[in-house]
Design a binder for this molecule. Structure first.
Ligand SMILES: [Zn+2]
Ligand SMILES: [Zn+2]
Length: 504
């Protein structure tokens, strides 16, 4: 591949804006993940991290750029990933590099490079981050895609396979995505040789009706015949010999054990002889996670399998077994959105702090420093208008709003408004933190899990709390609604706004 030339830099496609100017936009197939969408991504990563901790997997970050040879050698020269989709280039120093198309080769390289073979085995690692594939642009497919993956290197027992299958299943389950695991065994090199012969022999009888790709696959990579999605090839595929009938005793025994453990766990799986995975290094157990509503597996949410030969192939110790899987985070996120799954938002504040008047503002910015360490806070101190600040509070859908005005500063108090009940009251500053802790507790269910604050749960909470609120209303009947703020505030606000341009 040629080096980047100056002319290439100038030939960036630009979008015409409404003002007639040309702006630079994202590269085809790549996208921004905006702040408002991050909660979905964080939900997947949090769930991944939780499972990693539960099963003892340590986080590893490998570089995005590696020598292209790493993927040619491990993923396989004739796979689509390497042959057609790999982003590779020669850098300024003349090295032939690739932006990683998948995570496993880098992890295996790190295992070998850092002598992890000397650690207690298996070495269990997980990763997440962007991968790069120059795929045909189509909806739901990205050229910068995100994966989260788990690899366990140095153990061949079937318990490991079953546990990895379970871990991916657990992640999906935690996220509320119904999946059915598709499991198969593609045996070892020995059983596969026999099978490939049988497969090619069978396909040769039908070569007249096969698609072009399948004709190529027959010679180059017969296992991938079972990957074909062309309509015309489906009937042939249906009747093709099945690998399970060609497994030798050891491979059969290993696979039966994996299934036994899955049965024991009551994990919903489907024995699917068509699952072969497209990469060269897989052997024995292979599996995919299909959404329960994706019956044909058109868009698997993740998958993996054993790769017992890869460490040795990459120059590591002979006979180092390994197993792993990865999840397509983009697809999982799409599924969460499609199902309108409610995910917790790490950045969702509980309390908004508003202020009115210069001396209140000064006290507020100081007070905020201690509150933000204990509570999920938000503010807009740069705004002077109380109305504008309260509109921000509404947008954040906070549970409580603190309002500090001149009167409160003088009296060492603060106004606390319950945004769900509409009740507001004056609280002494000395009692503020204890009050906030007490009040936020009503949003925590009995088992300590935070109730996610959505419009529905909010409505439920409000209706549940109403008798209590009414009681307090009559008890302290001096409370006003924020709509007609205590007259003191309105007066100060009018005063402040008279001399200050509203920044809202
Ligand atoms: Zn075998
Ligand atoms: Zn085909």
């Amino acid at each position: 591949m040629p080096r980047m030339k100056k002319t290439m830099i100038e030939e960036v496609p630009k979008k015409k804006t409404s003002r007639g100017k040309k702006e630079i936009i994202t590269v085809t197939g790549m996208r921004d993940i905006l702040p408002q969408d991050q909660k979905y991504w964080q939900a997947v990563y949090n769930s991944t991290k939780k499972i990693a901790n539960d099963y003892g997997y340590g986080l590893i970050d490998t570089p995005i750029l590696e020598y292209a040879e790493l993927y040619v050698k491990s993923t396989g020269k004739q796979t689509d990933l390497v042959e057609k989709e790999m982003y590779s280039f020669t850098d300024q120093g003349g090295d032939f590099l690739a932006a990683r198309p998948e995570g496993t080769p880098g992890v295996v390289r790190a295992y070998i490079q850092h002598g992890m073979v000397n650690l207690p085995q298996p070495v269990k690692m997980f990763y997440h981050g962007p991968m790069f594939r120059h795929e045909k642009p189509q909806t739901g497919r990205y050229r910068q895609l995100h994966q989260a993956g788990f690899e366990a290197i140095g153990e061949d027992g079937p318990t490991l396979d079953a546990q990895l299958i379970l871990m991916g299943y657990n992640i999906m389950n935690d996220l509320g995505v119904d999946v059915v695991v598709q499991v198969n065994s593609i045996g070892c090199v020995n059983c596969r040789e026999e099978y490939k012969k049988a497969l090619v022999k069978y396909y040769k009888q039908h070569s007249k009706v096969l698609c072009e790709n399948c004709l190529l696959r027959m010679n180059k990579n017969p296992m991938r015949l079972l990957d074909c999605k062309e309509l015309g090839c489906q009937p042939i595929k249906e009747e093709a010999p099945q690998i399970l009938d060609y497994l030798d005793d050891d491979c059969k025994k290993h696979f039966m054990k994996v299934l036994e453990y899955l049965d024991e766990l009551n994990l919903p799986y489907n024995l699917n002889p068509r699952i072969v995975r497209g990469l060269d290094y897989y052997n024995r157990t292979v599996f995919e996670y299909w959404s329960a509503d994706d019956i044909e597996g058109k868009s698997a949410l993740g998958g993996g399998g054993r790769f017992d030969g890869l460490v040795e192939l990459m120059g590591g110790r002979e006979n180092t077994p390994a197993c792993g899987f990865s999840l397509g985070v983009d697809r999982v996120v799409a599924k969460l959105r499609e199902k309108e799954t409610i995910v917790p938002d790490d950045y969702q504040p509980d309390i908004f702090f508003a202020q009115l008047g210069e001396s209140a503002k000064k006290q507020a910015i100081v007070l905020y420093e201690s509150l933000r360490k204990k509570f999920k806070m938000s503010q807009a101190f740069y705004k002077d208008s109380l109305k504008a600040q309260l509109e921000s509070a509404n947008r954040f859908k906070v549970k409580y709003c603190l309002i500090l005005g001149q009167k409160e500063v003088n009296e060492d108090t603060i106004m606390l408004r319950d945004m769900n009940g509409g009740v507001q009251e004056i609280i002494g500053l000395g009692k503020l933190e204890a009050e906030l802790i007490k009040r936020l507790e009503k949003y925590t269910s009995e088992d300590g899990v935070e109730i996610i604050d959505t419009d529905e749960t909010r409505a439920a909470l409000v209706s549940k709390k109403r008798p209590h609120t009414q009681e307090r209303d009559t008890e302290e009947n001096n409370l006003d609604d924020i709509g007609d703020l205590s007259s003191g505030f309105t007066a100060i606000e009018d005063e402040v706004e008279a001399g200050t341009p509203d920044d809202y």
